[in-house]
Design a protein around this ligand. Structure first.
Ligand SMILES: Cc1ncc(COP(=O)(O)O)c(C=O)c1O
Length: 409
């Protein structure tokens, strides 16, 4: 039997006919797609996994995903949907009964009346961002976002050729975008996207801030959208949805975080009536419909309040542990995070760029955290994000490791 040598194997450097190729062929990707930045945190996660594959133990404080399994009643509803054969496309705007249920949720929990026909069920909130950006952004349009902010927003802006305008946010405004920034940024705010509670800062906008921002944007003829995906995870006061301020505000929310359903890929958006049909036309073409089994399962999500409260209470306790402990370790934490499961921490005193900081924390302390660069450019080198979507025992261990490592610097 002849031995198959490396040069006999089909691979990226040989054509099917076996001709040697010097370089993989460029497939002509667009300049637009080349501008999309990687998620550093995902690359860090891969490095952490490779350390783990070599027998190392890594404490994960970088992951922005609930560490809880989806509550049982929701999983059972999903299993029932499969047994009952709900395996077909749904209406392009979502299952009518789910849209009604979300409408009832706004009345019960947020004290706002939102007709079901303004609610669009999407493939995760990510699907909602795609649809909104597809109908509102274009070359020559300005897309205003917070810096630091959730990284995907700016990439959606880039995908749709818009001009992305990052607005720096800092502790002076409790990490909120201010109306003055919108008015003074020198660009028409065609679309302002903000996040409350915010990733990565945990900031929760007050009703007054939202109302003033909405005035600034709408007076300039733009649209304001609020990503409320963490709205079920506010710990200190009742969450006020931006929908209470105006029917003209777009609100995006979803099941991933509050309901621990990241893998089900389901979200929704509430839009002004005039946007329903334009969004529907894009949704029909791009997604056809959101995942059907997930839609049936999520009908049960609004009735698992005991589990939801328990998860929220657990996050609250982790925050109560982690915030003072990180302060004690020397991190600069000027703002108490009122929502989500993140702490955005200043690392200036160690005089190290955040990329080097997280690389060394991973390799030397075996603790994974996210560099500020994932969230923008403003003071990104002097900040890192901690996630408390991990149990307290692990968070304690992570802090002990960091203490020892930081002490050795
Ligand atoms: C602020 C924010 N919005 C949206 C998402 C994405 O959510 P989904 O799973 O609904 O696409 C995330 C995920 O980390 C997030 O942090």
């Amino acid at each position: 039997m002849t031995r198959v040598g490396a040069h006999d194997e089909p691979g990226p450097h040989r054509t099917r006919k076996g001709d040697a190729m010097t370089k993989p062929k460029s497939l002509g990707c667009t300049a637009r797609s080349a501008k999309i930045q990687p998620f550093y945190v995902m690359e860090l996660l891969e490095k952490a996994k490779s350390l783990e594959a070599h027998g190392e133990n890594v404490v994960h404080m970088e992951i922005g995903e609930p560490d809880f399994t989806t509550p049982l009643a929701i999983r059972e509803a999903g299993m029932r949907a499969m047994e009952e054969g709900h395996t077909f496309y749904t209406h392009s705007l979502g299952l009518p009964q789910l849209r009604e249920r979300i409408s009832a949720y706004y009345a019960e929990s947020r004290n706002v009346s939102v007709p079901a026909d303004r609610i669009i069920v999407t493939s995760g909130t990510s699907g909602a961002f795609f649809l909104l950006c597809a109908v509102l952004l274009d070359r020559g349009r300005n897309f205003l976002i917070a810096d630091p902010g959730y990284p995907c927003y700016r990439n959606f802006g880039t995908l749709f050729d818009a001009r992305v305008v990052p607005l720096p946010v800092a502790e002076a405004s409790r990490f909120e975008i201010t109306p003055g920034q919108v008015e003074g940024c020198g660009a028409v705010p065609h679309l302002l996207m903000l996040c409350s509670p915010a990733n990565p800062t945990g900031a929760v906008y007050t009703g007054d801030s939202l109302a003033r921002l909405f005035d600034a944007v709408s007076n300039a003829g733009g649209v304001m959208a609020v990503d409320e995906i963490y709205s079920g995870l506010t710990y200190d006061r009742k969450y006020l949805s931006a929908l209470a301020i105006s029917d003209e505000i777009v609100v995006i929310d979803g099941f991933s975080k509050t309901y621990a359903m990241t893998g089900w890929r389901l979200g929704w958006m509430v839009v002004p009536q005039s946007l329903v049909r334009p969004i529907q036309r894009v949704a029909q073409n791009v997604f056809i419909s959101a995942p059907t089994v997930a839609q049936y399962a999520s009908l049960a999500a609004f009735d698992v309040s005991t589990e939801l409260e328990a998860m929220k209470e657990t996050y609250r306790q982790r925050r109560a542990f982690l915030f003072p402990r990180l302060k004690q370790l020397g991190f600069d934490l000027p703002v108490w995070p009122e929502g989500a499961f993140y702490i955005y921490a200043g690392i200036e005193r160690w005089r190290m760029d955040s990329m080097e900081f997280v690389e060394r924390a991973l390799v030397e302390a075996k603790v994974a955290i996210t560099p500020g660069y994932d969230f923008g450019a403003y003071r990104a080198g002097s900040h890192v994000r901690f996630s408390f979507a991990n149990n307290t025992e692990n968070l304690k261990e992570g802090c002990e490791r960091l203490e020892e490592w930081l002490g050795s610097l």
